[in-house]
Design a protein around this ligand. Structure first.
Ligand code: F6P
Length: 325
């Protein structure tokens, strides 16, 4: 099928580098003779018809900006068949033949269902700071968020050291520990508490048994936000009850992890992936997410990217433990 017009949207939590991806998709599509329509506020814009044509200058001067110029949303209506019907009608009215969806797990799940129901070519780009999509080594926004975490922890370390305190710093990741684990390695933290191994070991007890304050008076532990771990607050409460000798503090980094100008790594990744999305559509690929494995662009079927849990490198926990003696 010849694709004349593509629609592009960003959906779910924003991630630094989404703008670089919008720019790359738009310019590659125009270069290949396609018309581009920007759809605002994720799937919501497909329901409300908030759409406008993008020319090359609509994406000028955005590669360095955090957030997404297309705005984003989590649409409850699109989860219902009636909502998706309206979205399909909008696509027909706007003559949009195919979609490029930039987002995380939830957004690509929506894309997969929509593509199957209406036989629409859709290509996804992994846009999430969580790095929790299977089939790609990394996701757009992850590197920037890691750097933001590292900078924040460096600052907290100054005060932690001055006061001889134990800090639990909560980082994002939904149910994945990539930000916590690699953030801990990058910032020289004592440990990372991650949901992936929570049911196997009590990581807090293991940390205390390991004697985490034998050689130091201050400590920093990164905790992945998660209901299963109870987050940084949960950890601090447990320590206060059981080990009152420690002077404990909590910092929740929150949404500052989602903002900021994307790093070079994220800009390059987003640019490569954005261009690859158009290649994929021209090669008649559909229902795939663009991934990167060993620096090579790959096409990952939506079913794999969404359904499989991305494994975390558990050896890194050991490395962290060794390096924190
Ligand atoms: O998926 C990205 C993410 O930032 C998660 O790490 C976090 O759990 C969630 O989004 C927060 O969502 P919201 O911005 O809707 O509070």
């Amino acid at each position: 099928m010849k694709i004349n017009c593509i629609g592009i949207l960003t959906s779910g939590g924003d991630a630094p580098g989404m703008n670089a991806a919008i720019r790359a998709v738009t310019r590659s599509a125009i270069y290949n003779g396609m018309t581009v329509k920007g759809i605002y506020r994720g799937y919501k814009g497909l329901l409300s018809g908030e759409i406008s044509e993008f020319k090359t200058n609509n994406v000028s001067n955005i590669i360095q900006q955090g957030g997404t110029i297309l705005k984003t949303a989590r649409s409850a209506e699109f989860r219902e068949p009636e909502g998706r019907k309206i979205a399909y009608e909008t696509m027909q009215r706007e003559n949009i033949d195919a979609l490029v969806v930039i987002g995380g797990d939830g957004s690509l799940t929506g894309a997969r269902i929509f593509a199957q129901e209406y036989n629409i070519p859709i290509v996804g780009l992994p846009g999430t700071i969580d790095n929790d999509l299977f089939g790609t080594d990394t996701t757009i926004g992850y590197d920037t968020a890691l750097n933001t975490i590292m900078d924040a922890v460096d600052k907290i370390r100054d005060t932690a050291t001055s006061h001889d305190r134990l800090f639990f710093i909560e980082v994002m990741g939904r149910d994945a520990g990539f930000l916590a684990l690699n953030g801990a390695l990058a910032s020289g933290a004592e440990a990372a508490i991650i949901p992936e191994i929570w049911t196997e070991v009590d990581q807090l007890e293991a940390l205390i048994e390991h004697g985490f304050r034998k050689t130091k008076n201050s400590s920093i532990v990164l905790v992945a936000e998660s209901e299963v771990t109870g987050g940084a607050m949960g950890m601090a409460e447990r320590v206060k009850q059981k080990y009152p000798q420690y002077d404990v503090r909590v910092t929740i980094l929150g949404h500052l992890q989602r903002g900021g100008s994307p790093t070079a790594t994220d800009r390059i990744l987003a640019s490569r992936m954005g261009a690859a999305a158009i290649d994929a559509l021209m090669e008649d690929q559909r229902n795939v997410m663009i991934g990167i494995q060993n620096d090579q662009i790959v096409y990952v079927p939506f079913s794999k990217a969404i359904k499989n849990d991305k494994p975390i490198n558990r050896d890194l926990l050991n490395t962290l433990r060794i390096l924190s003696i």
